[in-house]
Structure formats: C-alpha cells, structure tokens
Write a protein that binds this ligand. Structure first.
Ligand code: 3HC
Length: 371
C-alpha cells in the first residue's frame, strides 16, 4: 500500500519521501511504481511520463528525509506496537506543525495518536488497493483530532484525485473493513458449513452481484495476512465473531494470496494478479452472501457513524462495487436479507442476529433509498 500511496501523491505533483526498512523492499517498490505508472501512461490516464513522476520520489531507509515534510502517511503492518514505534520516530523528526496520518485498515486512530506529542494532528487516512485505481479515501478523526486537521486531510485527499468519506465517529475497521469483514465471515462460514465451495461463493459474487472480484479472490488480492489481522483487530475490539479457520490456516501455511503467488487460488508469479476462472453456476444466493454485511451496514447507521448513502459510496469507490451494498439489499429484498440472517442465527451463529433497523424496515415495508 505504501508504494501505491507514494505513487498517487507523485502523480498529483507532490514531492514524496518514501521510507522503508531495507533497500530490497524499496527497490521492489520502485519496480512496482514504475510498472504501474507505465500502465497508466499507456492508457492515457496520466499525461506526465513515468520517469518525470518517479523523479519526485526520493527513497530512504532513514527517517531523516522526513524532517521537512508537511504531511506523513504511515503504512506498516497492522500491529499496534509497530505503528506506535513508527509514530514515535515520526513525531521526533517531522516538523511540529505537520500532520501524521495512518493508513491503518482497522486500528482505532486514538490508540496511535496517544503515543505522540501532537494528538490533535494525528488522523486516519485509509486508501484502497490498488491506490492508483481506487477512488476512495476514508478520513477517520480520532477523539483528539482537530477540525483543522480533518479539513486539511479532506482537502489533501481531493488534491490526490480521491473522494473522501469522513466518519463521524471512529470505529474499529471503519466502514469499509467492517463491511468487508462481514463478507469474508459469511463466505468462510458458507464453505466451512459445506453450503457452497470457494468457487461457488466467488461465482455468486462475480456473476450474480457483478462484483469485480470474488470474496476469496479479493482476500487473496488484499493479502491473507492483512485479512487475518483486520479480522482480529475488529473482533478483539468488540465486533461479534464468526468461528472460521480457513483464512488463518492459509496464513499458517505461508500462502498469503497474490503476493506469494498462492492463496485460495494460484497466480502466475508472486505479486502478479490475474483474474481467476470461476464456474458460471452456484448454489449460493446473493442475498445470503451479503446478509451479514447489510446487517453491519444497519449497525453503522444505528450508531450514527455514516448513513446508507455513505456506506454505498465506500463500497462503490473503495471496492468498485457496481452498486452499493444497501442498494443491493433494497433490490434483493430486505425481507430476504432478514430471513437469511434469522436462518443462520438459528443455526447458532450469534453474529447474525438481525439489527432492529432491518426488522423495523421489513415490518413497515421501507427501503434504504426511500427511507
Ligand atoms: N496500476 C496501474 N494500472 C493497473 C493496476 C495498477 N496497480 N492494476 C491494474 N491496472 C490496470 C491493468 O493494467 C488493466 O489495464 P488495461 O485495461 O489497459 O489492460 C486494468 O487496470 C484492469 O486490470 P486487470 O485487467 O488486471 O483486471 P480487472 O479488470 O479485474 O481490474 C481491478 C483490476 C481494478 C483491481 C479490479 O479487479 C477491482 O476493482 N477489484 C476490486 C479491488 C478492491 O476491492 N480493492 C479494495 C480492497 S480492500 C482494501 O484495499 C482496504 C484494505 O484496508 C484491506
């Protein structure tokens, strides 16, 4: 993610300092940025040559290069202690008036901010993979973040060509990964309960819901280690769990998805994604696959974190869904969604207890887009 974010900033004409722990990693990042820029240039998406854009990016294994930056974005793995360590370093080096952002996919921003001497200048800025193509940035203020910091970050996101969605309250996993987690959980439950195969789950996602990738395919694309981390962070901070071990087992076997060349599917080589082949037919109904995600959406609305329209913007611009998840629920029928939730809940999965908002909407015949 780090090199993708650096690439986006450079495409927008900003000078970038890219820091990592080794030259091996930085050289790989350079190759990937150059390859991505070439593809964008060939398609006419960018006008400046890849070389001129790359000349804006300085790479380093030392924090020293950050001593004059206006804005820093951290993108290290989802380990709170590691994030805190990086923020301590940045806090020492980066000018006191500059903002420190974290591209965490799930960790509450306050937990990271508390380690710095500028809590009001720490914010969440969550990009989506691959950053050069995905239009969304979630902007997540912590309980300490100042309005000025939020406004600056919203503005910067726009300057980077992105559409920001601002959360009103910080919540572990934000909007995007809370909904993504629920899709992963139901996909995993389906397979482990023997209700559908991995390929059938992904066929329903791609062929019936018209998503750009299947759920397991997307997990492979994001990285199964990232998936396991975000699952853990969100569940440890209070979201209900769905017992399921398929993702963990893949990580234990060091099959991390596209990045290692093998996850649930096999890819041409490590780091090289190619669309997976899927059967046309599937036993799994689309309303069953999205039911838990829609329930999560209702929870986000109930807790006044975002509204249905904002949830759908997140799913359309962050995951390239052709329609938002709440809009899909409307067209597949809220009653069908609730019936699936009740059915799975009755099998003993507590996470599927239908949200009161959904129950009320079904009894009054309401829809999200008329409500
Ligand atoms: N840079 C530049 N160009 C790229 C690129 C990159 N990184 N990746 C793909 N492309 C280009 C390809 O070259 C291709 O160009 P062409 O049409 O000229 O050949 C075009 O984009 C389409 O790519 P592909 O043919 O390889 O495959 P797809 O048509 O499936 O598109 C995709 C790829 C845009 C990634 C699409 O599959 C998609 O939108 N998938 C969903 C991605 C998603 O959901 N991301 C969010 C993940 S969650 C997350 O990041 C949050 C975190 O916290 C976990």
């Amino acid at each position: 993610m780090g090199h993708g974010i650096a690439e986006v900033a450079a495409i927008s004409g900003m000078e970038v300092k890219l820091i990592d722990v080794s030259w091996d990693i930085l050289n790989r990042a350079k190759e990937r940025m150059t390859d991505s820029l070439k593809r964008l240039y060939e398609r006419g998406v960018i006008k400046d040559s890849p070389d001129s854009i790359m000349s804006l990016i300085e790479m380093s294994v030392s924090y020293d290069v950050a001593k004059s930056v206006d804005f820093a974005i951290e993108a290290v793995p989802e380990i709170l202690d590691l994030k805190r360590k990086v923020f301590n370093e940045l806090d020492k080096v980066v000018p006191k008036e500059s903002i420190l952002a974290t591209n965490t996919s799930s960790i509450p921003i306050s937990d990271v901010a508390e380690t710095t001497s500028r809590k009001q200048k720490v914010i969440g800025m969550h990009f989506f993979n691959p950053p050069p193509l995905m239009k969304l940035v979630e902007v997540i203020p912590s309980k300490y973040t100042s309005e000025e910091t939020v406004d600056f970050t919203v503005d910067l996101s726009k300057k980077m060509g992105k559409t920001p969605v601002r959360l009103r309250v910080e919540v572990p996993g934000f909007v995007s990964n809370r909904i993504f987690l629920r899709l992963l959980q139901e996909a995993c439950r389906e397979v482990e309960a023997g209700e559908a195969t991995i390929e059938e789950v992904d066929s329903t996602a791609r062929n019936k819901l018209n998503l750009p990738m299947g759920i397991f395919e997307l997990a492979d694309y994001v990285g199964l280690d990232v998936v396991v981390d975000l699952w853990k962070v969100i569940v440890e901070r209070g979201a209900s769990d769905v017992k399921c071990s398929s993702f963990k087992r893949k990580v234990e076997a060091k099959e991390l998805g596209v990045k290692t060349g093998k996850g649930f599917y096999t890819y041409p080589s490590p780091g090289k994604y190619s669309k997976v082949k899927l059967p046309q037919e599937s036993r799994l109904k689309p309303e069953r696959l999205i039911s838990l995600a829609v329930n999560e959406g209702a929870w986000l609305i109930e807790n006044d974190i975002v509204n249905a329209h904002e949830i759908d913007t997140v799913m359309k611009l962050g995951f390239n869904f052709p329609k938002g998840i709440m809009e899909m629920a409307d067209s597949l029928g809220l009653e069908n969604i609730v019936n699936n939730l009740k059915g799975i809940y009755n099998l003993g999965y507590k996470a599927y207890e239908p949200n009161p908002i959904l129950l009320n909407m079904v009894s009054s015949g309401a829809k999200f887009y008329k409500a």
